[in-house]
Design a protein around this ligand. Sequence first.
Ligand code: PLP
Length: 451
Amino acid sequence: MKDSNFLKENNARHMWHPMAHPADSMANPPAIITGGEGVHIVDVDGHRAIDAVGGLWNVNLGYSCQPVKDAVTAQMEALPYYSTFRGTSNDKAIELSYLLQEYFAPDGMTRSFFTSGGSDSVEVALKLARQYHRIRGEGTRTKFISLEKGYHGTHFGGASVNGNAKFRNSYEPLLAGCYHIPGPYLYRNPFGITDAEALAQQSAAMLEREIGFQGANTVAAFIMEPVLGAGGVMPPHPTFMKLVREICDKHGVLLIADEVITAFGRTGDESGSRHWGVQPDFMCTAKAITNGYFPFGALMINGRVAEVFESSKGEGSVDSGYTYSGHPVGAAAAVAAVEETMRIKPWQNAATLGPKLKAGLQDLASRHDIIGDVRGEGLMCAIEFVTDRQTKAPATGAAPLAFQKAAYEDGVMIRVSGNNAIFSPPLVIDESHVTQILSATETGLKAMVAA
Ligand code: PLP
């Protein structure tokens, strides 16, 4: 490994980071991570911390998942690459599709289309949604509706349905025909609603209104995260996704569940769709499918949608794909990660420890006015920073960074995004880790107030 000074200097000099100003890595040098073990990461200076980010919502099983490491090593030897484009396939991709459909996917999802990551899975879902309607003779259905605060990756389609102006504005004009409705964000919603179920009904009513306003025969799909994630972790009322499903069915609109974060256990169930008792038409996955060890994604397709493609003539051909669709090493990593996930059922731990983490954060909020809101579902939680609880003015700028730095120095890596601190630790943490995460959070809060 190159020494610490070499890495720091060259990071600042040569490397641009996602979601960051290019000059930022000089002003705020990143933690340079060089090791991982269990639920801990180690940086280039030897500092060890619990990874309460879980990589990037993806290292659900931690950094020492031997079956995945072994599977990757063995596959590198057996077959490091082969494509799944028409005319060829590979054994690991086939094994993975069997495993996903037979054991993992919510009922009704019968097919997989493999991708290189979450943004790719979203992109293919949007394309196939349009194609589905075209095959059925409803080619006027081209529009997409999505939730404000939703995050759907960074390709042009995903950015277009993205519900956060920050990720859209620099890249406009985006895909035409994408519309947004207010989502189930109870702390700040345009209706002044304070009851989660009432807000679920209102947001669902907004969806139906938007479909009507656009004309149902022009709307291809509604895309949503079962729990809004990167936008700041906003769990909806348990009725919301079911209401959405009913409205989509009523108007012939497809439902795309973007489960890039929520699939494989994070909400406290195998998937977010299962958590809310809903069968989507498409389900986008990536991230934890390989425990984050290899870039890979899977779009899962409902049998009734698949049937339309499979029974069509030429117009059902999937004219979209990635060089790395079904990459054998990624597929091997995914087979091992999904098998391990099915074996240890980490969603059970998420369902037990998530509420404890949330309760601990609520306790901190009772003592620290800088926390305006605490949210969570399973092991995805957020605290929202405000400078004033009455006005809910967001605390942004240097203060959240001071929080992050102090928490890290106290032994826990916590992600800060805008005025939210986001907690998405590996699902295999134990109660002692929750205690340490809460303790470092309090250290961060004190540093933030001092700053
Ligand atoms: N969709 C959701 C819900 C996500 O959270 C993300 C990434 O965080 C994506 C899509 C994009 O995934 P990727 O970064 O793997 O392209």
